[in-house]
Design a protein around this ligand. Structure first.
Ligand code: ZN
Length: 137
């Protein structure tokens, strides 16, 4: 697979409103989009740091993966998202062929009109890894 850059860091939070002042008033970043991703039961808020984005993730339901992650003591960085240039579907197949455990066998829709797929942290040095690309490429 061909990774071109880190697209974003996913940061799990209980409440976006509560943490935004840190990112906006202290770090001076701007939240430019808030979007709910029904598929993942999260509300997301995006901030830009140069080429890289921060994706704040707030659970919208108790059975959201982020809710469970927070419940199990998760905080801060939840996942790292890499932009792939040659297709998420192919990248998932390639990763599986190299012994990586997949969370998503096929790409699914993410925030910001991205097509995304997750790799299991058990086989990726402990980093929950997201592969992503724009949906209409
Ligand atoms: Zn993400």
């Amino acid at each position: 697979m061909k990774i071109s850059r880190i697209d974003h860091l996913g940061i799990g939070v209980k409440n976006i409103e509560e943490v935004l002042p840190y990112f906006e008033n202290v770090l001076g970043l701007k939240c430019y989009a808030v979007e709910e991703v029904a598929d993942q039961k999260v509300k997301t808020a995006f901030l830009k740091v140069g080429e890289v984005k921060l994706e704040l993730l707030e659970p919208t339901s108790d059975d959201s993966p982020i809710a469970k992650w927070l419940e199990n003591g998760g905080k801060g960085v939840h996942h790292v998202a890499f932009a792939v240039e040659d297709g998420v579907a192919d990248a998932l197949v390639e990763a599986e062929g190299k012994g990586i455990r997949l969370i998503d066998k096929t790409p699914r829709p993410g925030a910001e009109k991205m097509s995304i797929g997750f790799l299991h942290p058990k086989t990726t040095a402990g980093i929950l890894t997201e592969l992503c690309e724009p949906q209409n490429k």
